[in-house]
Design a protein around this ligand. Sequence first.
Ligand code: AHG
Ligand code: MN
Ligand code: MN
Ligand code: MN
Length: 335
Amino acid sequence: MNKKNKTLGEFIIENQAAFQYSSGELSKLINAIRLAAKVVNHEVNKAGLVDILGTAGEMNIQGENQQKLDVLANEKFIQTLKNREIVCGIASEEEDDFISINSNDEKHRNKYVVLIDPLDGSTNIDVNVSVGTIFSVYRRITPVGTPVTLEDFLQPGKNQVAAGYIIYGTSTMLVYTTGHGVNGFTLNPAIGTFYLSHPDMQFPESGKIYSVNEGNYIHFHQGVKDYIKYCQKEEGDRPYTSRYIGSLVSDFHRNMIKGGIYMYPKSSITENGKLRLLYECNPMAFLAEQANGLAIGGRSRILDVKPEELHQRIPFFCGSRKMVEKLQEFLQKYQ
Ligand code: AHG
Ligand code: MN
Ligand code: MN
Ligand code: MN
C-alpha cells in the first residue's frame, strides 16, 4: 500500500502485530488518544465562534491562569481515557494530583498510566497561533489491580513506552513514538481520519534555527548567553535564524522538520526554567532521541532524570544533535 494512504488506525494494527504491544492494550490506548485528539481539535477549531477564548478565572497548581481551553482540553482527554477504560491512572498539568482509575475492578486491570499537557501554548490561543497537546505513557510499577501510587508517575523518562503530541496548526497532526522511530499523521478534517503523512521523522543532524525567549536574555546563565551570541555571529553557516512561537509543540515540530535547537534555560528569576519534566520535557525528549536528536536538562540527558515531584520544572535544551552538542560545550565552560 502507498505509505501516504495508510491511516493511523491501520498503522496501529500493523505495529501491534510487528512489535511489542501484543496484548493490544497499548494499541487501544493510542486509539483512545487518537479519539481525544479529534475531540479537542474540534473544540480548538471553534475557538472564536463560541465562548471558549480567554481565561477560566482559576489558577492551576503551576501558578498559571488557566485558559478556558486548558480546562476544556483537560476534561476531554481525561473523559475519553476514562470512558475507554484503558488506563489505570492519569496525571495532568492542569490537575493538582494524579487521578487513580478504579483498578480494583476485574475488568479494569490496566497497566498503563498517561501523563498529559492537555493544551500546550495556552497564551497563543486567543491570537489564533498553533497550540498542541503532549502525552506520555508508562507501564505502572505497582501491581496491576491495586490503586496507582505517585511512584507510578515519578519514573525516569527512559521508561516511557510511548509519547507524542498533537499539533493544532495549519493542519492538525498527531506525531508519536512507541520506541521504534517517530511517525507523523495528518488529519483529513473532511472525513475525520489521520493519514501517515510523515513516516520515520528525523531531526536533520544540524540546522540553522535557534528558538528561545530572548526577552529573558539578561537573566540567563553565562553559558547560554555565549551560545546565543555564537548563533548570531557571522561565521560559516551563521548567523542562524531566530524562531520562537511560544508553543513548545510548534517550536519542536518546526525544528524537527527543518533542523534547529530549542532552549528554555533556567535564569536568575526562574530557578528551574519553566517547562514541566513530566508533561513536556520527557515526552519531547523521547521523541527527539527517537528522531536522531538530543535533549538535555543542562548537564545531562533528560531521560535519565529521576523525577521528584509531579509538577517538577527543569531547564530544557533539545533539537538537532550537533547543535545540542555545541551548546553543551558552552554550558560546560561554566560548570
Ligand atoms: P503551557 O501552555 O502548557 O503552560 O506551556 C507553555 C510553555 C511552552 O509551550 C512554551 O514553549 C513556553 O511555555 C513559553 O514560555 P514563555 O512565554 O516564558 O517563553
Ligand atoms: Mn499551562
Ligand atoms: Mn505546555
Ligand atoms: Mn498546558
